[in-house]
Design a binder for this molecule. Structure first.
Ligand code: SF4
Length: 464
């Protein structure tokens, strides 16, 4: 089920998760900081479960909004000294995504005590699993994959969470990363196809932390150890960290969009720094689609690195042709028809003195529907650019994602059944150039082909 893209016209990431185990630390507070670092992965809801505290109950707070809205006063969190905490930020994958009920972590009670789950991704066989459980009498309160997993764990019967997961995880099909706690340990696990990222870090004075992206570790002073392997469960408890493979014959298909657009530039994925990969994408783009121009500009913020690489390679000045209003956030204010026709935009504005009379190379990381590109080109031309050559640091998106990334239906993708020349004309660009998939892979520069590239290539690693 797909419900379009964010007002920015980009594909949307589908959540960030984190969690850790350490002796008597303000772990809820640290988890909150980690969530701030993961905020770009989801802005609809945020939540933390920490504990157990007095009476051995776990503490949970979750709600709709940004981390700063759900946790306005972090002084409260500092007081929670505990051994375990997990956290979550969410983008809604489905139409009901804005429900408080779907915010996470999901905490519940089962016969072995309490259980809290934070989840990122999408289970492809959720419906079948759910129907099976409903036939056995299970009653669901939300439509999240977390609740489904909770039911499966509860019914599995093992006393140990680890054993229960080892039985349950092989039955899950799809793209996911889970972080769970039962008040005794924290477990991080990654799907057997390695779609969504999850990494492990340690604290200098003892304890471990897992997070969707490594930028979260820097924020809380943890030291990155390694990426968690596809199908691997890492168990963080009193004894430190140990690992267990839950899936037979795992494979790695990391979503290539993590490098192109989703991940934060200061994160590293599979040992590659995201910012450096993006700069290399830009360099290769300049070689693959050169053009006569005066300046190069990037669409802020995610395309700045690629634009600087392009400029460097092309020997052209990099200029800040577009400025982003950072304070609009998630506000969705529709301009009047007249304002729209005049090409005004609340989020982005062209710097007239820079683009006036210039032939501009405008670098963006991706095109989904094409509406944003059309708007940006209008803004540039209105500000006096004589030519706008659009350069995209990824291939045309021609297929939907079935692995937890919100993409429009195929027919709403501008590159669906359209050639680059047709797209260029539709968005009134003077020319367009997409970076080829081989060049994208080359820029990441890993020894093996370990990516999901399905929305570009149509080559779906797991049958949708
Ligand atoms: Fe990422 Fe595209 Fe694969 Fe989805 S289909 S996981 S967006 S590369």
């Amino acid at each position: 089920m797909h419900h379009g893209v964010a007002p920015t016209g980009k594909l949307r990431e589908a959540c960030g998760v984190c969690g850790g185990f350490a002796d008597d630390q303000p772990l809820a507070f640290m988890t909150c900081f980690a969530l701030y670092a993961l905020q770009h992965r989801g802005q609809e809801s945020a939540g933390i479960t920490a504990g157990p505290g007095e009476g051995r109950k776990m503490w949970t707070k979750r709600g709709l909004g940004l981390v700063s809205e759900v946790f306005p006063d972090t002084a409260d969190l500092k007081g929670i000294v505990c051994k375990m905490a997990i956290g979550h930020v969410r983008y809604p994958y489905d139409a009901d995504g804005r429900d408080f009920e779907n915010s996470q972590p999901l905490k519940l009670r089962y016969r072995h005590g309490e259980l809290a789950i934070a989840h990122n991704g999408h289970l492809l066989n959720a419906r079948e699993l759910r129907e099976e459980l409903e036939c056995q009498g299970a009653i669901f309160q939300t439509d999240t994959d977390s609740e489904l997993l909770a039911h499966m764990i509860a019914r599995q019967g093992s006393e140990s969470l680890e054993e229960a997961l080892a039985e349950v995880v092989p039955r899950l099909k799809g793209a996911f990363a889970f972080v769970l706690t039962d008040g005794h340990k924290v477990i991080g696990l990654r799907d057997g196809n390695g779609f969504r990222p999850l990494s492990l870090a340690s604290f200098t004075d003892g304890g471990y932390f897992v997070a969707s992206e490594t930028c979260a570790f820097d924020t809380i002073g943890a030291t990155y150890i390694r990426d968690i392997e596809p199908g691997e469960m890492v168990i963080l408890d009193e004894e430190g960290v140990h690992s267990r493979q839950a899936v037979e014959s795992p494979s790695t298909n990391l979503c290539i969009f993590e490098y192109i657009y989703f991940a934060r530039p200061d994160s590293n994925l599979q040992g590659r720094n995201v910012h450096l990969v993006r700069r290399e994408l830009g360099r290769r783009l300049a070689r693959e689609h050169p053009v006569e121009a005066d300046i190069v500009s990037g669409v802020p913020d995610s395309s700045i690195a690629a634009a600087s690489g392009f400029a460097e390679e092309a020997g052209l000045p990099y200029e800040m042709g577009l400025v982003k209003n950072r304070y609009i956030g998630r506000t969705f204010i529709k301009p009047t028809q007249k304002m729209r026709e005049e090409g005004v935009d609340l989020k982005l504005n062209a710097v007239k003195k820079i683009v006036e009379g210039k032939r501009v190379v405008l670098v963006d990381d991706s095109i989904v529907r094409g509406t944003t590109s059309l708007k940006l080109i209008r803004i540039m031309k209105r500000a006096g650019a004589t030519e706008v050559h659009l350069r995209i640091s990824s291939p045309p998106v021609t297929g939907s994602c079935y692995y937890g990334i919100d993409t429009p239906d195929k027919q709403d993708l501008i590159a669906h059944k359209r050639s680059p020349a047709e797209i260029s004309e539709m968005i009134s660009a003077d020319s367009i150039g997409f970076l080829s998939l081989d060049q994208v892979k080359g820029a990441v520069d890993l020894p093996e082909d370990v990516f999901c590239t399905a929305c570009f290539s149509g080559d779906y690693p797991v049958e949708p």
